[in-house]
Design a protein around this ligand. Structure first.
Ligand SMILES: Nc1ncnc2c1ncn2[C@@H]1O[C@H](COP(=O)(O)OP(=O)(O)OP(=O)(O)O)[C@@H](O)[C@H]1O
Length: 343
């Protein structure tokens, strides 16, 4: 069974479709990231799941329970969904203990104490129960927010850009900590982000959103190696398109030589384009070569060389201990990789 199933969801603001026939299925104990550019409908999707807005059509099931359908609309407080947002929204006038206890009014005093103690221990803040939010660091506040969201044992956790206010130096440690906490608690979660680095670190599968739809759902390697379309390929990182003609079922003839693919697939015989990321291109000094470097940049462990290939700009790295000699001819080769071909 899925912990969340969304089918044919439609939502418009003032007649303008923002979610357009969206389908999404999240497995039990799975963390899925909704990843996409600004305005593609990520937050609106979360709000529809939480019941903070009412979609015009489509169905949403949380576990086996229908929370949104033709004749059904379960209000947010009855969906058993935990939420955690960018600004943490801790109550400033309540202590850490009181913040975590906030949603537990139905429990007896002793059960409440036990549950909050468990939660604070889980997020390593047992010593901080009497502090107020302003007496905590950003990362500690975020851990209180996760403790509060998990305290009443939600079936599903919704996280909207929860790490964007956290200092970059501690962000990835916090992401790893919160991921472990969610996995320990065996809760499914939907996480909204702009950042693919955060998404890779935090989630099991990524749903790339584009114009109100899921363009593709899969684990990071699957999306990288077999993007269904150009939107997905480009969203996951910089690259360029090169004219290419398939040759056999695992190589492509390009202006820069034969490119071997590590994945075999039936290919059409006509020309198309391959999407090549800078990491798949190697620059080197040769006896002859036509590659012109427009700019060289030293960034510590490597040099970045700005080049133009078939009218497209990109930066290609070389290790700092093996730089190019710009006074000599430069050539390139495209390394064997899982080639993305588009007809
Ligand atoms: N209350 C509203 N009234 C009208 N339009 C809205 C409203 N809220 C959002 N929108 C529009 O709906 C679209 C989707 O917004 P949404 O907040 O879901 O995007 P998002 O993918 O979460 O963006 P971001 O990454 O910038 O937070 C945007 O074009 C936005 O301008």
């Amino acid at each position: 069974m899925y912990s969340l199933s969304i089918e044919s969801l439609q939502y418009s603001y003032d007649g303008q479709a923002v979610i357009d026939d969206l389908d999404l299925h999240v497995k039990e104990n799975e963390i899925v990231c909704l990843l996409g550019s600004s305005g593609c409908g990520k937050t609106t999707t979360l709000k529809a799941i939480a019941g903070l807005l009412k979609p015009q059509s489509g169905t949403i099931h949380i576990g086996s329970k229908c929370v949104n359908g033709t004749d059904t609309f379960i209000p947010p407080q009855n969906r058993n969904v935990g939420m955690m947002f960018q600004d943490y929204a801790l109550f400033p006038h309540l202590t850490v203990f009181q913040n975590v206890a906030f949603g537990l009014s139905k429990l007896s005093r002793a059960d409440k104490q036990k549950r909050v103690d468990e939660m604070l221990e889980l997020v390593h803040l047992s010593e901080f129960g009497n502090r107020y939010p302003h007496e905590l660091s950003g990362g500690q506040q975020q851990r209180v927010a996760i403790a509060r969201a998990l305290a009443y044992k939600p079936n599903l956790l919704l996280l909207d850009e929860p790490f964007s206010n956290i200092d970059a130096q501690v962000r990835f440690q916090l992401i790893s900590d919160i991921r472990s906490i969610i996995k320990d608690q065996k809760v499914s979660a939907i996480f909204v982000s702009h950042s693919k680095d955060e998404a890779f670190a935090f989630s099991d599968r990524l749903a790339i959103m584009h114009q109100g739809k899921i363009a593709q759902l899969g684990c990071p390697t699957e999306l990288f190696q077999t993007p269904k379309n150009k939107v997905v390929a480009e969203f996951l990182g910089q690259g360029i398109y090169l004219d290419a003609k398939p040759s056999g079922n695992d190589s492509f003839q390009t202006k820069f030589g034969l490119v071997n693919s590590l994945t075999k697939q039936p290919l059409p015989s006509e020309h198309g384009k391959i999407f090549v990321r800078p990491s798949n291109i190697e620059l080197f000094n040769a006896d002859s070569g036509e590659i012109k470097v427009n700019q060289e940049r030293f960034v510590g462990t490597e040099y970045l060389y700005a080049v133009e290939l078939q009218g497209q700009q990109l930066e290609i790295a070389k290790p700092a201990d093996n730089p190019l000699d710009l006074s000599k001819p430069i050539s390139l080769k495209i390394k064997p990789h899982a080639v993305n071909f588009f007809s």
